[in-house]
Design a protein around this ligand. Structure first.
Ligand code: SF4
Length: 336
């Protein structure tokens, strides 16, 4: 007997993905996750959610901005092209079935399974100033499994580093299915090649490094951030030839600029025909052109908070309907 596949699109397989609301989204998020989601929403039945409960697992002591970040993140998604008519876009805490399934799964998951998750110890060391000996933090992967399994997702977009988490979700599904009866299909990875996006200091773009260019940054801020961006460190004087291959500004050119500009920088940087100031200006021009439609869409959403609330409400309602049906099956399987 295999897990039930009723209650789903007959033609499209289902994808589930979420993000924690931990601040403004930046170019790394746009070029990594959001561009990928935009492509997925045309091919799959997609569920995209703001994982606000997950944010509590490490930020439980300061919850003052979770709501604000949830809303901001959702506006970033919509402005970037996530379409609530094609994908179900919702907020985790508006679908309480996630929490109920988390509770039920936590009854059957051995604690050592959770303690051996690599990120459990790593994150505790990384955030050593916080007390992460909590039950919620240990149980984070169970909540993640509940998020995926309650929609019987076929695929979860992941990078290679997240594969162990998905494997744990499959183990949890197998354990449940063998203890009771097959309810959950085992989700597969949808491996995603994320482009490496560097921040203004040349390290990986990350909120924790304070080197981001945010989707919500206005044009003057974007231009200023590019002006102060690090370049090839060996190019000290205007007359020194540079090496674009080790310059993060050139990486932005490769992402945002037209081919002829990329070729020109590649040539003129090496011969010192172009200076870094002019090169950065060209890069800022291309980036601004790409971000302009996102800024316009975001401004429209900002001016219409009722529309944003309605999108959250509709998406969460749609997600709830699916989640409720799965939970019914779970309860029947567990005879409760
Ligand atoms: S000219 Fe452009 S690519 Fe070359 S070092 Fe300067 S900023 Fe980097």
């Amino acid at each position: 007997m295999s897990a039930s596949r009723a209650d789903r699109s007959p033609t499209r397989q289902r994808v589930l993905s979420g993000m924690q609301p931990s601040g403004l989204l930046h170019l790394g998020n746009l070029l990594g996750a959001l561009e990928n989601w935009k492509a997925l929403q045309d091919q799959y039945e997609c569920f995209f959610f703001v994982a606000d409960w997950h944010a509590l697992s490490t930020n439980y002591a300061d919850t003052s901005r979770v709501r604000e970040y949830t809303r901001e993140m959702l506006m970033d998604w919509l402005a970037a092209g996530i379409d609530p008519r094609r994908a179900t876009v919702f907020v985790q805490s508006r679908v309480p079935e996630h929490a109920i399934l988390h509770l039920l799964l936590s009854m059957v998951i051995p604690v050592p399974w959770l303690e051996r998750v690599p990120t459990y110890k790593e994150k505790q060391e990384e955030l050593s100033e916080r007390d992460l000996t909590t039950y919620g933090f240990l149980g984070y992967p169970v909540l993640q499994a509940a998020d995926i399994l309650i929609y019987k997702a076929d695929y979860v977009p992941v990078g290679k580093d997240q594969l162990p988490h998905l494997e744990l979700t499959r183990e949890i599904a197998r354990r449940f299915n063998s203890l009771y009866r097959p309810v959950f299909p085992e989700p597969k990875e949808h491996l995603t090649q994320y482009p490496k996006v560097l921040g203004t200091d040349g390290r990986k773009m990350s909120k924790s490094y304070g080197n981001t260019i945010n989707l919500a940054d206005p044009e003057p801020v974007v231009r200023q951030k590019l002006k102060t961006m690090v370049t090839d460190p060996a190019r000290v004087r205007r007359t020194d030839p540079g090496n674009p291959d080790i310059c993060p500004v050139y990486d932005f050119h490769k992402i945002f600029s037209p081919t002829q500009v990329i070729q020109r920088i590649n040539r003129e940087c090496r011969t010192a025909e172009i200076g870094c100031i002019d090169c950065k200006k060209l890069s800022a021009d291309a980036m601004v052109e790409r971000l302009q439609p996102i800024w316009s869409a975001r401004a429209r959403l900002n001016a219409n908070p009722a529309q944003v609330e309605q999108i959250i409400e509709d998406g969460s309602h749609r997600a709830s309907e699916v989640a409720r049906r799965t939970l019914e099956e779970v309860k029947q399987a567990m005879k409760i």
